[in-house]
Design a protein around this ligand. Structure first.
Ligand code: SF4
Ligand code: SF4
Length: 395
């Protein structure tokens, strides 16, 4: 007998080969087997089924607080699931286990409590008042109705406003008439999904879908890969999808370039390297072509850099999965590793299309600048930038 663990049967086929561990960005930094995907898979099986040896020795492996915490030493980057050669759906295992353990009363973890409180009171995880969501727009107020709706998302509404301001200027330059749910927009719920505290997700989905449908939009353009994933995937999986198409901003901008509505005329300074956000790529709809079409249009084909591991194999920036709140130092170190790789490849601008990536990569930039200065090793000159900012500089 054991505990009713999600995906227990799937975990039975784990061979403990460690392929998942070798690609795990948090394990590489933390080094604890118990926080690695292989270690968590092993303990889940032990908790699910007592082995004959457990029974002979009177052992009953069980959930502990530390075991629960180790589920958050994970950026939910999805890399482990890609390499598991017994095809265990590891990403779903981690999501389901977080939900299961929260239901069982082991969490949420203390660093996530404030985020959840802010979501409950102000519909964003950043602790900002709900009525300041559209402050970054200034006088550029969108129409109340229209075919195209831009779902800005919490991060670009509150913390990454350079990226959202660039997006607004691009859409204006292309003559796109867009609507926006404004202060009626609420966090789409990806933050709660990452923490796995999903009790209010259906109510949130209903509100957002109703607010979008009230604008008459047939196309929703989402600036954040996590929003795209939630609005298009998670809502629909829960039977709560709306009667509209959801695309990511990179797909929309690539279309505007193809149609000649945006025409780059200047080449922005700096050698660009492209970082594939996990939620735009392997965890999401594998949107790899659109951002590359934008980079080709702005910089010229083959005039920008790829990381050695890219697309499905791209390494994580460290910012996702609600991990940053749990261990910011390691999350930023993962970003710094990525930026140092970019530097070695000759880049000076790391471009991405996810506000969470941009946020954490910026922390990595600041950390490396400080460390190089303290060690008197010369300046670290990399910048992190959203692809909207890069495209705007080319007009
Ligand atoms: S890659 Fe798959 S089979 Fe190998 S240790 Fe990880 S979970 Fe187990
Ligand atoms: S999703 Fe990413 S961070 Fe989480 S266990 Fe898998 S490889 Fe590690």
């Amino acid at each position: 007998m054991g505990v009713d663990v999600p995906f227990a049967e799937e975990l039975d086929v784990c061979l403990r080969c460690g392929y998942c561990r070798s690609v795990c960005p948090t394990w590489r930094e933390v080094g604890w087997e118990s926080a690695s995907p292989r270690g968590r898979a092993y303990w889940l099986r032990r908790i699910a089924r007592q082995t004959p040896l457990d029974r002979a020795m009177g052992l009953r492996p069980e959930v502990t607080q530390r075991f629960f915490e180790h589920f958050y030493y994970c950026t939910m980057c999805g890399r482990c699931a890609e390499v598991c050669h017994t095809a265990i759906p590891l990403h779903h295992v981690w999501e389901s286990c977080r939900e299961w353990l929260i239901r069982e009363g082991w969490g949420p973890l203390e660093p996530h409590v404030a985020r959840l409180r802010s979501l409950a009171t102000d519909n964003n995880p950043w602790g900002h008042p709900a009525n300041r969501r559209t402050e970054w727009l200034g006088d550029r107020k969108p129409a109340a109705t229209g075919d195209v709706l831009w779902f800005v998302g919490c991060s670009e509404s509150y913390t990454q406003v350079q990226a959202s301001a660039a997006g607004a200027k691009l859409l204006d330059a292309a003559g796109v008439s867009r609507s926006d749910p404004g202060t009626e927009e609420r966090c789409r719920g990806n933050a709660e999904c990452n923490i796995a505290a999903t009790a209010h997700l259906d109510a949130r989905a209903r509100h957002n879908v109703d607010a979008i449908e009230a604008t008459g939009a047939t196309r929703v353009v989402s600036g954040c890969p996590g929003c795209t994933l939630t609005l298009d995937g998670i809502y629909r999986d829960r039977g709560m999808g709306g009667d509209f198409e959801v695309i990511h901003m990179t797909q929309f901008l690539a279309e505007l370039l193809d149609e000649g509505k945006l025409v780059p005329v200047k080449r922005p300074r700096g050698k660009v390297i492209w970082h594939d956000p996990c939620e735009l790529g392997r965890v999401g709809d594998r949107i790899y072509g659109a951002p590359r079409r934008i980079l080709d249009a702005v910089l010229g084909e083959d005039n920008w850099l790829e990381f050695a591991l890219n697309r499905d194999e791209a390494t994580c920036c460290g910012g996702g999965g609600a991990f940053k709140g749990v261990d910011d130092r390691i999350a930023v170190r993962i970003a710094a590793n990525k930026l140092e790789e970019a530097e070695e490849l000759g880049a000076s601008v790391c471009v991405t299309a996810c506000p969470t990536c941009r946020f954490n990569l910026n922390h990595g930039v600041q950390t490396l600048k400080r460390e190089r200065k303290e060690a008197e090793e010369g300046a670290f000159k990399m910048r992190a930038m959203d692809i909207k900012e890069l495209l705007l500089r080319s007009l």
